[in-house]
Write a protein that binds this ligand. Structure first.
Ligand code: C5P
Length: 260
């Protein structure tokens, strides 16, 4: 089975308050994107390394800097490629998918047919991972791949939610009325890498691109797009070490803890 990864790293990271694009911000001596790419490349099972190729989506104006940062990661330069990301995370993933070698016979295909089979790429698995999760353990990457190989077409890692979560109404003078309490036992906080049959994720993104004008349909993760096709998504146990770095505080925590 061939496994490819799209590593999204085209965000500006404005919430981090750093001059560099977020994925180039160093933590423990290396940029976030280098940590994340290394852990994807390090994932293995009994047969050997799992991820053949990592396609990194970078801010278009920083392609060279990303190429330089990632150059030392592998002896085989073809294993890590840098492409320009898009204006949104979803557009960046779509750009990464487009940069993967297209399946035979797919050229010139019209709007996606959601009933079409994914046979062209039935053997292929794609992972989508955020550079904002630099310390993802390679074992988590392997767990996601294994679940796809075991027959699940869409797999996300998730952790139980420890906070109580309330649904609220419109905020007025700093106070929002509670509309309801969500049953916590049913909730999972979902991480990356998310793993998919490549053909399924391509169809989900093709379909999403047709509704790109409708912001109410924007999804915050790839599985959300796959759910819209009616496909089943499963959750496997996530890992605290795959925590997302969003704020300056998150970065300080990551600097302190690293892989721990
Ligand atoms: O902004 P957020 O933290 O949700 O971004 C999640 C991931 O998506 C980050 O790794 C970021 O670099 C990536 N991203 C992207 N292209 C964008 C926006 C975000 O690849 N236009």
């Amino acid at each position: 089975v061939s496994v490819v990864a799209v590593l999204t790293a085209a965000g500006s990271g404005s919430r981090l308050g750093h001059a560099l694009p977020k994925a180039l911000v160093p933590v423990r001596g290396e940029p976030l994107v280098v940590h994340a790419a290394r852990r994807l490349l390090d994932a293995r099972d009994a047969r050997g390394p799992l991820v053949d190729t990592v396609v990194v989506t970078a801010p278009p104006e920083h392609l060279a800097a990303f190429g330089t940062a990632l150059a030392a990661l592998t002896v085989d330069p073809g294993r890590v490629r840098v492409v320009a990301g898009g204006a949104t995370r979803q557009a960046s993933v779509a750009a990464g998918l487009a940069a993967l070698v297209p399946p035979a016979g797919s050229s010139g295909a019209g709007p996606s047919d959601t009933t079409s089979s994914d046979d062209d790429e039935a053997a292929d698995v794609v992972l989508v991972h955020d550079a904002a999760r630099p310390f993802v353990p390679p074992e988590l990457v392997a767990r996601v791949v294994a679940a796809v190989e075991a027959g699940h077409d869409a797999v996300v890692p998730g952790l139980p939610v420890t906070d109580t979560v309330k649904r609220v109404g419109a905020e007025l003078a700093g106070a929002a009325p509670v509309v309801g309490t969500v049953e916590r036992a049913q909730l999972r906080a979902v991480q990356t890498p998310q793993g998919f049959r490549l053909g399924l994720l391509r169809r989900a993104h093709d379909e999403a691109a047709r509704h790109a004008h409708d912001e109410s349909l924007a999804a915050t993760d790839d599985a959300g797009l796959v759910e819209r096709l009616g496909a089943t998504v499963v959750v496997v146990p996530g890992d605290e070490r795959a925590a997302k770095i969003t704020t300056a505080r998150d970065l300080r925590v990551a600097e302190l803890l690293g892989d721990a």
